[in-house]
Design a protein around this ligand. Structure first.
Ligand code: AKG
Length: 212
């Protein structure tokens, strides 16, 4: 494991807890167990079945590859989104997503209008270093990231590399909220972890300012 690890690994809390993650230039709060681990795992299985997952492709150095995870984009009707040349029109909120959205809106005090969903089928799936800094999200976006299913490392590093990367272990039922200059100054990844055999669903709620 690289860097320091900030979150409890495998800890169990009876009550939701809120922890500020102290990283220079970042504004990050981790809400642990917004859903119990059991409820988080149930929601994960439900979303694996219910969501219209898509296998996107990415072109790198003249070759086309599968993106190493499945994705879906849900949102209000005018919230289309594009990243790495992939354009996504929003699917309509399902009742399950709508309930999750309402809870996350309350936690963050933000009315999110869209969510990017990632399905990591097992530890081979990953997301590479990036920041959620697309123009359509505006300056200093608020991103609320819901984790359901198996725990995975969420690694953060400063774009200027002035700090050792930091690992935050995200457990089933956790919500990580990033605000302020976090996306301007920091990048994140979910690294591959070959020994993990269970799925994880991640939902990053966003406010898309206008059609991209
Ligand atoms: O799975 C995660 O925790 C992070 C997902 C992510 O970085 C993204 O959707 O932009």
């Amino acid at each position: 494991m690289s860097g320091q690890s900030l979150s409890s690994q495998g800890a169990f809390f009876d009550e939701p807890t809120t922890q500020r993650i102290d990283l220079p230039g970042a504004d990050i709060v981790l809400h642990q167990q917004v859903w119990s681990p059991e409820r988080g795992d149930q929601l994960c299985s439900q979303l694996v079945q219910e969501i219209e997952w898509r296998q996107d492709k990415i072109s790198m150095f003249g070759q086309v590859h599968d993106v190493p995870r499945l994705n879906a984009w849900y949102g209000d009707p005018d919230c289309s989104y594009a990243w790495s040349g992939i354009r996504m029109n929003p699917l309509a909120w399902t009742p399950t997503l709508q309930k999750i959205r309402e809870q996350v809106n309350g936690l963050a005090a933000v009315q999110f209008n869209s969510a990017l969903l990632n399905l990591y089928r097992d530890g081979n799936d990953k997301v590479d270093w990036h920041a959620d800094d697309e123009k359509v999200l505006g300056i200093n976006p608020v991103i609320a990231s819901v984790s359901l299913g198996v725990a995975r490392k969420f690694r953060m590093r400063r774009k200027d590399r002035s700090q050792t990367p930091t690992d935050i272990v995200l457990q089933s039922g956790d919500v990580l909220i990033m605000r302020g200059s976090t996306q301007q100054l920091w990048e994140h990844e979910v690294p591959r972890s070959k020994r993990i055999t269970q799925p994880r669903v991640n939902l990053t709620f966003r406010v898309v300012k206008s059609s991209s």
